[in-house]
Design a protein around this ligand. Structure first.
Ligand code: 8BR
Ligand code: GLC
Length: 495
């Protein structure tokens, strides 16, 4: 199948999913919404910051690979690592000093909705999904302003022992402070030097400086857990993200284990007696390996049905699950990296007992689906194509205001390099007898119990920004699948 055939498939898939989206009854989205302070850094600004901090110091810190930003040198070290590799990263900071330093030395260009759950909630509401229930444990007045003004977007609040749904602008806590993250975007081709080392940025991407004030808890208001069953009937699935904010220890003596237990409790209550309830977790960059492992083995495994992640996150996940060699070969840009990515996807599917693993990369998406998933490979492929058109829309317009905007994404051509990478994977799988070329194109059914669905994606040459595109991809594909799911609520007793 050539690129022109893929373009036809795109048009068909978008048209099908558009018609089906109203089949979705509703989606619950939690936990992380924040305000993103966006800064597109320029060459002269990189040079200025390196000049202020001193090349030697920054260079020494790069070698230490800080996993937390404690001072501006840590920040610059992680920024240079991200720029050098063209890779996205999110690094936590626990004090307000970095925010102040950035305000003094860099100043942001604009502020917008941030956080995976916040971005996804607005996206689904703007796409016209009927009942989007968003939950953010730290909903401040400032944060509420960033939610789409849409009647289909509501937030639960407890009133007189009852759970009621209100627009976030009517549900915020006036005492709550906002969480502000810095997003430092950089562009391909920019050049700078530091301590004799010449750098040329290979890819557009960003570093996220994630603020983690003490009051951040991945949790729910008292009483809300018990009432989650009230919203269960109105939703077909949930998208959960933000677990990276769980800490190993808290000042009150509680530990990550308590928060993991609460996170599982939420999932169990959302599912209730309905095993059909789809639960998607959007993974992210998690610096702390104890937390990364606990999220995967104690929250995702057994409780979640679907996992979305980018290639770096695949490597990070494999690493804590004990597959270090495979992890290394996923991120090592060698010619076998797409093969390793596929193997990694299968490993995650099996190891975490999932029904679906969706990996998005620049140029192609790989999705492996277990045999017990109720939808066929064609439905999964349509969902991926729809999500790639959404991603291209987001990259070219910067945001998606309505489903009609998707025509902008559809107009972006399929990425040639992504197509070539797919051919490489196809050759390998055919050569090793896993499938035939025909099978590969139709969603290859492999010998050991899963379907592989893989598409070349649409890539925008000069994206407005890259932050949030992964969220649009995963949420877009997940909601497209919900729209295609046969509807049955086994919680209801037969009449
Ligand atoms: P994360 O936010 O999870 O890292 O995902 C980012 C995703 O955005 C990548 O996996 C890639 O598929 C997509 N993307 C990027 Br980065 N740049 C893009 C572009 N210019 N056009 C379309 N998609 C892009
Ligand atoms: C993470 C970051 C947030 C950003 C989001 C984009 O959740 O904390 O700042 O908006 O990723 O995916």
């Amino acid at each position: 199948m050539d690129i022109a055939d893929w373009e036809k498939r795109y048009v068909e898939a978008v048209s099908n999913v558009r018609e089906q989206l109203l089949n979705v009854q509703g989606v619950f989205v939690a936990y992380n919404s924040n305000i993103d302070a966006m800064k597109h850094i320029r060459e002269d600004e990189i040079k200025k910051l390196i000049g202020i901090l001193g090349c030697k110091k920054v260079n020494e810190r790069i070698a230490l690979y800080p996993r937390e930003i404690k001072d501006p040198v840590d920040l610059m070290a992680r920024l240079i690592i991200a720029m050098r590799d063209g890779k996205a990263a999110e690094v936590p900071t626990y004090s307000n000093d970095i925010h102040e330093w950035l305000m003094d030395n860099l100043v942001f260009d604009s502020a917008r909705m941030g956080g995976q759950a916040g971005i996804i909630s607005n996206l689904l509401a703007n796409l016209g999904v009927k009942n989007v229930i968003t939950y953010v444990p730290w909903l401040s007045r400032e944060q509420a302003e960033y939610f789409a003004d849409s009647p289909n977007l509501r937030h639960p609040v407890m009133e007189n022992g009852e759970l009621v749904l209100k627009h976030p602008k009517e549900a915020y806590d006036p005492q709550q402070k906002p969480k502000i993250n810095w997003i430092i975007e950089f562009s391909r081709g920019m050049k700078f030097s530091c301590a004799g080392e010449e750098y040329k940025i290979p890819r557009d991407n960003r570093l996220i400086v994630s603020s983690r004030p003490d009051w951040i808890h991945i949790d729910m208001a008292p009483g809300m857990y018990e009432h989650l069953s009230d919203i269960r009937e109105g939703i077909d699935g949930a998208i959960l993200a933000g677990y990276q904010m769980i800490k190993e220890e808290y000042q009150d003596g509680s530990t990550y284990k308590d928060y993991v237990q609460r996170a599982v409790n939420v999932i169990q209550r959302l599912k209730g007696c309905n095993p059909q309830m789809r639960i998607h977790v959007e993974f992210t960059s998690i610096q702390n390996k104890v937390i990364r492992k606990a999220i995967l083995t104690d929250i995702v495994k057994k409780h979640v049905t679907s996992l979305g992640l980018d290639t770096v996150e695949v490597a990070n996940a494999l690493n804590v699950l004990g597959y270090e060699e495979l992890a290394y070969s996923v991120i090592n840009k060698g010619e076998n990296s797409i093969l390793s990515l596929y193997e990694g996807a299968v490993m995650l599917l099996r190891e975490l007992e999932l029904q679906r693993v969706h990996i998005h990369s620049l140029g192609y998406y790989i999705c492996v689906v277990s045999k017990d998933h109720p939808l066929d490979a064609d439905a999964h492929r349509q969902a991926l194509l729809f999500s790639s058109a959404l991603a291209a829309t987001q990259a070219s317009l910067g945001s998606i205001r309505s489903l009609d905007d998707i025509s902008a994404g559809l107009a972006i051509p399929v990425y040639g390099q992504g197509y070539d990478d797919l051919i490489e994977l196809e050759r390998h799988l055919v050569r090793t007898g896993v499938c035939t070329a025909g099978d590969f194109e139709d969603g290859c059914i492999s010998a050991d119990g899963h379907d592989l669905i893989i598409i070349p994606s649409k890539v925008v040459k000069e994206p407005v920004a890259t932050v949030g595109i992964g969220d649009a991809i995963s949420a877009g594909a997940f909601v497209a699948l919900l729209a295609k799911m046969p509807k049955m609520n086994i919680c209801r007793m037969p009449e």
